[in-house]
Every structure is written in C-alpha cells, then in structure tokens.
Design a protein around this ligand. Structure first.
Ligand code: GLU
Length: 415
C-alpha cells in the first residue's frame, strides 16, 4: 500500500477550493505553505538513568486571523508532514467558526504507552523548554490531541509559567479545572460533533433516535462520542473499536460498562455479550452513521467500497483520504467534514482562552449553550452554501473558511 500523506490531502482540498473561489495562484501558494516550522529534539532522562532523545515539531501554519492554535500529539508514527496537514486543518477550522485565531499543530515522536509517569512529565516539560520562545497566550496556544490530555497540559502550563516567571494559564488550553481549565472542554469535541451530526441527519432524513452507530477509536473523542451519542442523541451504538480491535452487539453496547472494561483490560475486545470484530469489519458495518474518531487516513480507496453507512462523520482529523472520498461520494454517502464536525474542541478551547484572559469562569450550562449555538449555526451556513453551489459539505466548509483567511490576508496587506 502506498503511504498517504495528510499534507498532500489537505493541499488537494486547497486546490479544489482555490478553483471554487477563483483564487489567484499567488494566494493559493501562500495557503499551501506553512508560515513557520520548528523542528527540535528533546533529551529526556529515562527511569533507567540513560538519556533518550525524542524528535519533536511545532508548525505554525497561518496566523492571518490571529494567534495560532492547535494541539500537541504524542505518537510513534508522527511525521512533520502529518503535523503540517493538521496545522493547516486548524487554520481552516478556526476560520470556519470565525474564531480570532490561526492554526498550528505540534507533535513528539514517542510511544506514550511505554513511558512511565515521570518520563512522560519530563518529556512534556522538555517540549515546552524547546518551544517556550515561540508560544505564548498572544502568539501560539497549544492544546491536547492524540494521547495527550489535561494532565500533560497542566505540566506544560506549569513549565511555561516557570520559564516566564508568572503563572500564565492562557498559554495552553485543555487544562484541568483547578488550573484554569474550562467546564465542558473534556467532551467538547464529541459533543460539538453530535450537535452537527444531529442537523446533518435531519437534512439526510435520518431519525437519530434509535439510529445505529459505529465508532472507530476509543480515546478521548471516541469514548465521549459513544457515550454522548447514547445520552444526548438517543442513538444505538452497536460497535466500537480501539487500536487492538473492536466489538459488536446489534442490540446496542452498554458504553459506560465498556469504558470500565477497557479501563480494566486495556482494550474493548472480549467485552461480555459482544462479538469481537476487526477494525476493517467495523468500517464495513451496515449502520446509519459511521464515526471515525481515531487517526488520519482510516478510510482509504481499499476499504471505502465496503462502507455502507449513510453518514460518515469525521470526529477525527483527516480520516477519509481523497481517493476514498470519491468512492463514498459516488455511493451517495454524506461526509460531515472534520473542520466542521470536530471543531467543538477548538471552540471550547477558545472559550477557555477567553475565560483565562479575562480571569473569568463560566458554568457548564453557559459553555454548552454557546457551543451548541456555534456548532448548529455554522453547520447551517455550510449546508446552505453546499445547497446553493451544489458542493459537498467539505467544499462548502473550505470555501467559507478559506475566504475568511484570505480576507484577513488582504486586510493586512499580505496579498
Ligand atoms: N486538537 C484538537 C483539534 O484538532 C483541539 C485543538 C485545540 O483545542 O486548540 O481540533
């Protein structure tokens, strides 16, 4: 199988969008190029006493609309091109939702599953030592992503605060509530995703109550997607999977118990009352909604012909490759694109920044009310554009997002 490069996929979306918006080639070239990239290494003292060096990246893709924003991933297969693609997606995501922010992303090539708590903390602090001069509450604000969460964000905020000599909550989002975190940030990506999917399902004539759902990925986003799907949207989650494999119960899985099972055994597999399936089998299930909630390049030209869902909701970033998208489109499957569907995390991160910068704390109902309005109204703007221009939802989302970025570049005199 040929390697699929996420940055190439995202540049492909920009090509399409440049065509749709009749953008000048010079403008298109800027949009296809990261503004700043930082490539560095982090020496970490391991528990054995030896020093191991980890490779790390931070890409600040485009800051025309404001300080750059985006998560930090810990993953053994991390590459600079994946980070470039993800940083670009953050720029479009923030612009689509009219947040006063640009896009960035960071990553460390590591396997956090084999690191001790102490090693993880030293690695997290080492990352901030490396980037302390290029991040800040008014320049670039990191956040959680794959295999990072509130604990890592707290260490990173603390490290930055030590370096600059003052507690600076606003430098990072996704923190625990005790150190400037926002209510509702932990499940914001999945919650926002369901607010969008609820509208998309209605437009597709699908009644969410009792609709069948398969969730690929059982990390932060996938777990909350499964739980909230049941409790918020009333769907029947029939299958979920993690990196080790999946489980299926056509009558619906008890997701809370499945969470405990994964906690205890390290995987969703062998869940009592369910049948073990592979990740590939999960993608091919006859369900109403398929939710890829793990990594990029999950649905490819090879497995797309087997997909039978009516809606593919991209809770992950970049889960559908360009070739796969063409296959799904041909089959009449609606793709709810990542920059629309999974923006809830970025939106509540923005709310966290606003609370930090104004020394405020909003209650959970307030955060949820704002998130729901934001997700729903942005979905409608995208859907309306798609209807009017006969575009896919992705094309429509890109035209709105990229137009917003270009407008800022023009206003600033860059083009
Ligand atoms: N990592 C998340 C994303 O890809 C959230 C980014 C953020 O909160 O800044 O959207």
């Amino acid at each position: 199988m040929t390697e699929i490069n996420l940055f190439e996929t995202v540049k492909g979306h920009i090509c399409q969008c440049a065509y749709d918006l009749r953008l000048a080639p010079d403008v298109e070239a800027i949009l296809k190029t990261p503004m700043r990239e930082f490539n560095f290494s982090i020496p970490v003292r391991m528990d054995t006493g030896r020093i191991r060096t980890f490779q790390a990246f931070r890409v600040q893709y485009n800051d025309a609309r404001g300080p750059t924003k985006g998560g930090i991933r810990f993953h053994p297969d991390e590459t600079i091109d994946t980070i470039r693609g993800l940083a670009a997606l953050m720029a479009w995501k923030c612009a689509l939702f009219s947040l006063p922010l640009g896009g960035a992303k960071g990553g460390i090539v590591c396997n956090p599953k084999v690191l001790s708590e102490g090693e993880l903390e030293r690695l997290s602090r080492g990352y901030i030592m490396g980037v302390s001069r290029i991040i800040g509450p008014h320049t670039d604000i990191p956040a959680p992503d794959v295999y990072t969460g509130p604990k890592v964000m707290a260490w990173m905020m603390d490290e930055y605060s030590r370096i600059v000599g003052r507690t600076t909550f606003g430098v990072i989002t996704g923190k625990p509530l005790s150190v400037g975190g926002s209510e509702g940030r932990d499940d914001a990506t999945a919650r926002g995703g369901w607010y969008v999917v609820a509208e998309a399902a209605e437009d597709a004539g699908i009644d969410l109550r009792g609709a069948t759902v398969a969730v690929q990925g059982f990390g932060n986003v996938g777990t909350h997607a499964a739980v909230l799907g049941q409790y918020l949207a009333g769907v029947r989650v029939v299958a979920v999977s993690d990196s080790k494999g999946g489980v299926l119960n056509r009558n619906g899985l008890e997701v809370r118990r499945l969470e405990e099972h994964k906690e205890r055994t390290g995987s969703v597999r062998d869940f009592p009352g369910a049948e073990n399936i592979t990740n590939e089998e999960l993608l091919a299930l006859d369900v109403d909604i398929l939710i890829p909630a793990a990594l990029e390049n999950t649905i490819t030209a090879e497995n797309a012909p087997q997909v039978r869902a009516k809606i593919v909701a991209e809770f992950a970033n970049g889960p559908v490759t360009t070739d796969a998208e063409a296959v799904l489109k041909e089959k009449g499957i609606v793709i709810v694109p990542d920059i629309l569907c999974n923006a809830g995390g970025a939106v509540v991160s923005y709310y966290e920044m606003v609370q930090n910068l104004s020394m405020d704390h909003w209650n959970a109902a307030e955060v949820d009310r704002r998130l729901k309005t934001m997700m729903t109204s942005t979905y409608h703007a995208v859907h309306e554009t798609a209807q009017k221009k006969n575009f896919t939802l992705r094309q429509a989302a890109y035209t709105i997002a990229v137009r917003n970025v270009v407008e800022a570049m023009v206003a600033r005199g860059w083009v």
